[in-house]
Ligand binder design. Structure first.
Ligand SMILES: [Fe+2]
Length: 499
């Protein structure tokens, strides 16, 4: 009997797939194996071939597939969501002999919350989803409010993408770099006061941005002779303005005590996340908030539709079906802690990779937070000087070093630093932090051993990749990064390799 359910994000970028047969679950973000960051399918004609190969590697055959749900809607240029913009699911004849369902882009984001929460309230804020919706609110899993381009102005995500290009920082893939500028920026509160009461629903961000540019130049309030600081002020002010607008909109949709999940590309802004969390303490931000989580939402929809048992995804968030190097021993953990205490730069590859764009201690580059950030930039990461680094800290000790009122297991919030850690301290004295609980056994042990040697349980933690490439998902790729950079140590499972 055909039992296999497949969830897939075929449209746009960040190809990812999930499978569930009623008992076993697998997930893969393609870039971890293909090594091409944000990889996509190129053509939908290749979809079944891709699925066939992937499920084949887990012992299944196409004849095992009961149905497929995927995000290939209007957003992806596939004209097959004919009913109306509130249609969240439709049936599609994409594969011969296999039932195929299209899941609305934002609906898939919302349903992807299931590994963390059973709430049916969801907030999605994105570049844009299907039907040009850029913000959606779901209650009891039903779309209740949304904003769409054209009708309600334009998406904040797209504005950031356009700014990336205008400021010659990069493309849509580099919006995260813009966020690094915020810490250097001077906020123009006079400008914010002028526009803060304008509703998001009646706001046209692009024309607004142009007006803002004119305003700042005419007023001469920013240092126009220094392009970097002018850009920083600009980004910081716009970000602050929209922080207020999004909060006002959310307050119309949810009570402050409501539990709701938060996903979509904008949910990667830790500055916004932190401000939201102060007002909505029960908000749950997803580590796979970007499109890398969409196949989870799709397979969860099929699971409900077919009335299968709830999915146990395994040791979340370490659910990538990538290459496992074998377990690390206590002795290797102790030796690694010693090397870190000697200010060595360590490439740390353990277990299966984490879902989402953040390295959370299985695919990480680690360094003592009192060591030199510029060495890490120069020797390994090759990244822009103005971008900050995140940090991991033991969950039961984080308040000794950081001023944050809640735990941050997925590195999705920032916090003021109260201790001198130059390598992880941003210009505005904040840091993106990950609080590590005992559940994350090996990484927790490493932080604990490091503390025995240094007196503090904090490590700089950044993603294990080459600049511009995907986070590593294969042992051979980890070795390649070690060879191509000037990192001191590679720890592959239980093996320590030094230069
Ligand atoms: Fe999205």
């Amino acid at each position: 009997m055909k039992k296999l359910l497949i969830g897939a994000h075929f449209g746009g970028h960040d190809l990812n797939v999930s499978l569930y047969d009623g008992k076993n679950f697998k997930y893969l973000h393609d870039e971890r194996i293909s090594t091409v960051k944000n990889s996509n399918l190129k053509s939908l004609d290749k979809a079944l071939h891709y699925v066939k190969n992937w499920i084949g590697s887990h012992g299944y055959d196409v004849s095992d597939i009961s149905s497929i749900a995927c995000t290939i809607g209007e957003r992806s240029g596939v004209n097959s969501f004919p009913e109306n913009e509130q249609t969240l699911v439709s049936k599609k004849n994409l594969f011969v002999d296999i039932d195929c369902y299209q899941i609305d882009h934002h609906y898939a984001h919302a349903l992807s919350a299931f590994p963390i929460t059973d709430t049916t309230n969801h907030y999605v804020n994105d570049g844009h989803g299907d039907w040009h919706k850029y913000l959606s609110i779901f209650k009891k899993d039903i779309l209740t409010n949304y904003l769409k381009e054209g009708l309600h102005g334009n998406s904040f995500g797209w504005l950031l993408e356009e700014l990336c290009e205008k400021l010659e920082i990069g493309t849509w893939k580099d919006v995260g770099k813009l966020m690094g500028l915020i810490g250097y920026g001077k906020i123009d509160y006079e400008y914010i006061d002028k526009y803060k009461d304008q509703d998001l629903e009646n706001n046209h961000i692009f024309s607004h941005a142009r007006e803002f540019l004119r305003y700042t130049y005419d007023k001469g309030i920013f240092d126009q002779t220094n392009e970097f600081f002018h850009s920083s002020n600009y980004i910081a002010t716009l970000h602050k303005l929209y922080e207020g607008k999004f909060l006002n909109y959310l307050k119309k949709c949810f009570k402050e005590t409501d539990v709701f999940s938060y996903s979509g590309g904008i949910a990667q802004s830790i500055v916004l996340n932190t401000e939201y969390k102060k007002i909505f303490p029960n908000m749950i931000t997803l580590p796979h908030a970007n499109d890398s989580g969409l196949s989870l939402g799709c397979v969860e929809w099929l699971r409900r539709f077919n009335q299968y048992d709830p999915i146990d995804v395994g040791p979340f968030p370490f659910i990538q079906a990538d290459e496992h190097p074998g377990d690390v021993s206590d002795d290797t953990i102790k030796k690694t802690a010693e090397l870190l205490a000697q200010n060595k730069i360590v490439l740390w590859y353990q277990g299966h990779g984490e879902i989402g764009p953040r390295a959370l201690g299985n695919r990480s580059i680690l360094m003592n937070p009192v060591a030199e950030k510029k060495d890490l930039n120069r020797r390994v990461k090759k990244r822009e000087w103005y971008r900050p680094y995140g940090a991991s800290v033991l969950e039961n000790e984080y308040k000794e070093y950081f001023d944050l009122d809640w735990v941050s297991p997925y590195m999705l919030y920032n916090s003021k630093i109260t201790t001198q850690f130059p390598a992880i301290t941003h210009e505005d004295e904040t840091c993106r932090i990950q609080t590590v609980s005992e559940n994350h056994e090996k990484y927790y042990s490493l932080l604990s051993e490091f503390k025995k040697l240094t007196g503090y349980s904090v490590l700089l933690n950044t993603s294990f990749n080459l600049q511009g490439s995907a986070i590593v998902g294969k042992v051979s790729r980890a070795m390649e990064v070690f060879d191509k950079t000037d990192a001191d140590v590679l720890v592959l499972g239980d093996e320590i390799i030094t230069k």
